[in-house]
Ligand binder design. Structure first.
Ligand code: 5GP
Ligand code: ZN
Length: 113
């Protein structure tokens, strides 16, 4: 997808601190971390929000969620972590390529959910 920053990261046109990659997903460190550990799990197939996801992409998203617990362990998040998937403007979504925030490495508190 043209002009999508995450597609450019996936294509290697923009550098990122990669944590994990396979044919379906790329996981890298967020450039502006909101917790001690803040990674983004990004399906390689471009879709902006869950509302635009097709059946094939739903399978990939499932693989992302299956992969995340093992990744979290390797990131040192044995005590828990928070996943956030912003959907649209009111949620504060700024990059319109679906992604899962993985946040942890500290007590995340109880303020936001
Ligand atoms: P959203 O607000 O759309 O849920 O989250 C987008 C996230 O992408 C933000 O946390 C932002 O810091 C991160 N981000 C935006 N541009 C880049 C980039 O070029 N590299 C990396 N690693 N993260 C980015
Ligand atoms: Zn994209």
């Amino acid at each position: 997808m043209e002009n999508c920053i995450f597609c450019k990261i996936i294509a290697g046109e923009i550098p990122s601190a990669k944590v994990y990659e396979d044919e379906d997903m790329l996981v890298f460190r967020d450039i502006n971390p909101q917790a001690k550990v803040h990674c983004l799990c990004v399906p390689k197939s471009h879709f902006a929000t869950l509302a635009e996801m097709n059946a094939e992409q739903a399978e990939i998203l499932k693989k992302c969620f299956v992969k995340i617990p093992g990744l979290a362990k390797s990131l040192g998040l044995e005590n828990g972590y928070r996943l956030i998937v912003n959907q649209g403007k009111d949620a504060g979504q700024t990059v319109f390529h679906l992604h899962i925030h993985i946040l942890g490495g500290q007590d995340m508190g109880e303020k936001l959910i």
